[in-house]
Design a protein around this ligand. Structure first.
Ligand code: FES
Length: 340
């Protein structure tokens, strides 16, 4: 159900181990790497469990380097298989990738900008930091991680940003006190946050508690980061008389599509809300992994974003809005939603 948005083939030129768990991939697209806005990402088509699957990886840096795009991938042993598939690639591999897309762009004109990264969430923020530095903007990059050893690009960022980089390693100083961080920002400041779902939730809460404008807090998600390891579950669809098994290594959206049940989608990262489905029943609990719904809506469990959210337990009963029993044709059922 992906519209042809300029898919191209790229060659994996090289890989580089950044930390024991994070590897950088340098990709040379056929025809050369085009520029992109800081914060953009690529969609990469991977073969996972014998099926073609899409993963999203943020581009590192504000511009291509030596004519190539760079992404960095954290290996997730308990994940859905995308990182393991990437790590299995050897230089010379050919990959289908989308042209850069962006739902996470710097807006001009803020009096101050805070970039807040958690772990591998640093990747889209590197290009933003480079851009803000070039613009001589007032900004800071707060980079949080479990330990310095686990945090990619620390030497480069330290050399580039100097005092504008604040490193918060949990094993040294605990987690950042977001209330204090946000309280220190100027009126009208903006924050760009990328990290695991727990950090995003904490940032949203602290930002609201600080009385700051919701529109001045901009998120990017991993699309796969949740509160529990992914497991298998079953989807019941009474209106269609169907049952669909969702394996641990596929998303609920992918499983429904593979079963011929069309669901609208766009970002596939839990950001736009287009794939949201009504929940009629639940045997277990929902691991909400989107940033589209509010914390209150997550607690209510009335809807979920099928592209990222999962069931921890046996099954879920849903009522999909799409009444057809055949997959939508390419380009159907997809619309762009302006970034929040
Ligand atoms: S497709 Fe955008 S939230 Fe699921």
């Amino acid at each position: 159900m992906q519209r042809d948005e300029g898919w191209i083939t790229a060659t994996l030129q090289s890989t580089r181990l950044l930390t024991p768990g994070i590897r950088e991939f340098t990709l040379l697209p056929d025809g050369g790497a085009t520029p992109y806005p800081a914060g953009a990402h690529l969609r990469v088509e991977l073969e996972i469990g014998g099926r073609s699957s899409l993963r999203h990886y943020s581009l590192v840096g504000a511009a291509p380097r030596d004519g190539s795009w760079r992404v960095a991938v954290q290996r997730e042993e308990a994940g859905r298989g995308g990182s393991r598939a990437m790590w299995a690639l050897a230089p010379g591999a050919r990959l289908r990738v989308s042209r850069p897309r962006s739902h996470f762009e710097l807006a001009p004109g803020a009096p101050e900008v805070l970039l807040l990264a958690g772990g591998i969430g640093i990747t889209p923020l590197i290009g933003m930091a480079e851009t803000l530095l070039r613009q001589r903007a007032r900004f800071r990059l707060l980079y949080a991680g479990r330990s310095r050893r686990s945090m990619a690009y620390l030497p480069e960022l330290s050399a580039l940003l100097g005092d504008a980089l604040v490193v918060q390693a949990e094993d040294e100083a605990g987690r950042p006190d977001l209330a204090q961080v946000f309280a220190g920002l100027m009126a009208g400041a903006e924050a760009y946050v990328c990290g695991p779902i727990g950090l995003l939730g904490a940032a949203r809460q602290a930002w609201a508690a600080a009385g700051r404008a919701p529109s001045a807090l901009v998120f990017e998600t991993f699309g796969s980061s949740g509160h529990a390891a992914p497991g298998a579950f079953t989807v019941h669809i009474p209106r269609l008389g169907r049952e669909v098994a969702v394996a641990a290594d596929v998303s609920m959206l992918e499983a429904l599509e593979a079963a011929g049940i069309g669901v609208l989608s766009d970002c596939r990262r839990g950001e736009c809300g287009l794939c949201a489905l009504d929940v009629l029943g639940l045997d277990g609990r929902i691991d909400h992994r989107d940033v589209f719904f509010s914390a209150r809506q997550h607690d209510e469990n009335r809807r979920l974003c099928a592209c990222v959210s999962r069931v921890v337990g046996e099954s879920i009963t849903i009522d999909p809005p799409w009444r057809g029993d055949a997959p939508l044709a390419p380009g159907q059922g997809e619309r762009r939603v302006a970034p929040a």
